[in-house]
Write a protein that binds this ligand. Structure first.
Ligand SMILES: [Fe+2]
Length: 241
């Protein structure tokens, strides 16, 4: 099992605070059967240069790898980034450096408002001219913001990957209408699209803790074992594991 989206590197963004929390998160992942995680700290082009980001990420990753070398029971870890959209990014020279290490996969966080055609143009440029593969981070978080569906529909038709957060599938008796709508939306997306991947987007050990196992159980219950198996096959093919 793979967690494709997690803020597990210590002290680099609003995710894990320190190495203790990182180890706690990795222990939670392992206890749920996760064998590999993709550490995807936030990258905001307006806050830091790519170089600064990569140096900070490397330091954080090294501190984790040092401990992991003595803890083989914990998941393996690959570094990546969750890159926040910025206008004109299709032409940004250093984009490949922000891909998941060793791949041409870019985890892209889209704007949390109405999408416009310039964003669509950047996405097509990244895919067609730059030849990178986009994974759209947590698509369920943008859907309700697209009052005009035109650009949303065009983006969903692009050859990219749709990532959803594990927690968005999970509801309880006390969940409100919004959470129920989101869970239904996520299940519908899985039914309608083969090109989906799940990540936890976990940030800590409490309110945004690793929760892949619970989401997978739910997906299996609602959509059947074969849909879950297809999800795993797609994930493995995408990441070349
Ligand atoms: Fe995230």
């Amino acid at each position: 099992m793979i967690d494709f989206h997690v803020h597990v590197l210590p002290g680099i963004d609003d995710g894990s605070r320190d190495i203790g929390m990182t180890m706690g998160m990795l222990e939670m992942e392992a206890s749920q059967g996760v064998s590999h995680v993709y550490a995807t700290p936030h990258f905001y082009a307006h806050r830091r240069s790519v170089q600064q980001f990569l140096e900070r990420r490397e330091r954080a990753l090294d501190s984790v790898l040092e401990i992991l070398s003595k803890r083989p029971e914990l998941p393996g870890i690959t570094a990546g980034a969750e890159v926040y959209y910025f206008r004109g990014m299709g032409k940004a020279e250093q984009l490949p450096e922000l891909c998941i290490q060793g791949t041409d996969i870019l985890l892209l966080e889209m704007p949390f408002d109405q999408w416009h055609e310039d964003a669509y143009r950047d996405l097509t440029e990244i895919i067609r001219r730059r030849d990178l593969h986009i994974v759209l981070a947590h698509v369920e978080r943008y859907e309700a913001l697209q009052k005009n569906r035109e650009v949303w529909d065009m983006v969903m038709d692009l050859p990219l990957t749709i990532q959803m957060n594990a927690g968005s599938f999970i509801t309880s008796l006390t969940s409100g209408l919004h959470a129920r709508h989101t869970a239904r939306f996520c299940l519908n997306m899985l039914q309608e699209h083969d090109n989906c991947i799940i990540g936890t987007d976990a940030h800590n050990l409490t309110d945004r803790a690793p929760n892949l196992a619970e989401a997978r159980k739910l997906i299996e219950k609602k959509l059947g074992q074969s849909r879950l198996a297809q999800l795993d096959r797609y994930t493995e093919e995408l990441l070349g594991n």
